[in-house]
Design a binder for this molecule. Structure first.
Ligand SMILES: Nc1ncnc2c1ncn2[C@@H]1O[C@H](COP(=O)(O)OP(=O)(O)O)[C@@H](O)[C@H]1O
Ligand SMILES: [Mg+2]
Length: 254
């Protein structure tokens, strides 16, 4: 489904930063992959390159057999809108719209009939447990409900790949759990393919597989074989071996 081949990313500037170095990653259809690593290790850069928001300096990103960085601007915009779903840390909802209006927003850009929009919203809202807040505005609902609304918006057009950057970063632990269970359910019941960046081991333990990035390179990879609790312990182990804080400001200078 997703194939990241030998991707490097250099941010040009007064001092050039190599944020990613020859990274390879394959995500199978229906897989839920977590991306972890110290602050500044390149997680967001990887997500941006995969999501076509940013271009790699070298290497290729294939999504469903398409070399995304060969698409022109217009094709890219369409590709993003139709094939990808985004979930952000700060939800990115439009305050002036209701929950329902936020969710159908991507469909209004396509020519989807109002009837079909309604059908899809109702089905997804039921599944995500937000059916009773569809007519509320985003300032009237909780953080967890905001994120579930954002997830509903991310999946309303049936994307091939869902990309999430710290989706639980702004939530308390109860709301985070709800959101993670929602993502897990989409993955297990609907076979959604997902890639989630997180610094939270608890969140990562919901994934099938977690890749660890250090200084822009793949450091390790863990696959969940046992209970979530066991996986959580293994993840904590790798994180302590990576070393967190001393890498906080590190990046490769070239
Ligand atoms: N637009 C940019 N221009 C220059 N450097 C950047 C830019 N974005 C990120 N970086 C640098 O690239 C490295 C990786 O950043 P990022 O991918 O955001 O890391 P993470 O998400 O793992 O914290 C950091 O050293 C960061 O300062
Ligand atoms: Mg980041």
């Amino acid at each position: 489904m997703l194939d990241v081949r030998n991707v490097s990313k250099v941010y040009e500037g007064k001092v050039a930063y190599q944020a990613l170095s020859n990274l390879n990653l394959t995500v199978q259809k229906g897989e839920f992959v977590g991306v972890m690593g110290p602050s500044g290790s390149g997680k967001t850069t990887l997500l941006h390159v995969v999501s076509t928001i940013d271009k790699p300096s070298s290497g290729e990103v294939m999504i469903d057999g398409k070399n995304t960085h060969q698409l022109n601007k217009r094709q890219l915009a369409l590709f993003r809108r139709r094939e990808l779903g985004f979930v952000f840390q700060d939800f990115n909802l439009l305050q002036t719209l209701t929950v329902k209006e936020n969710i159908v927003f991507p469909l209004t850009l396509e020519n989807v009939s109002v009837r079909e929009q309604d059908e899809r919203v109702n089905r997804i809202a039921d599944k995500l447990g937000i059916a009773d807040i569809l007519n509320k505005r985003t300032y009237e609902i909780s953080g967890g409900q905001c994120q579930r609304t954002a997830i509903a918006r991310a999946i309303i057009h049936d994307p091939k790949l869902i990309l999430a950057d710290e989706p639980t970063g702004n939530l308390d632990s109860k709301a985070a759990k709800d959101v993670l269970e929602t993502l897990e359910k989409l993955n297990k019941d609907d076979g959604a393919t997902m890639m989630m960046v997180t610094h939270d081991s608890q969140a990562a333990s919901y994934c099938d597989r977690v890749i660890f990035i250090k200084d822009g390179s793949l450091y390790r990879e863990l696959r969940r074989t046992d209970s979530r609790q066991m996986f959580f312990q293994e993840i904590m182990g790798v994180l302590s071996s990576i070393g967190g804080t001393e890498d906080e400001f590190s990046s490769i200078r070239i």
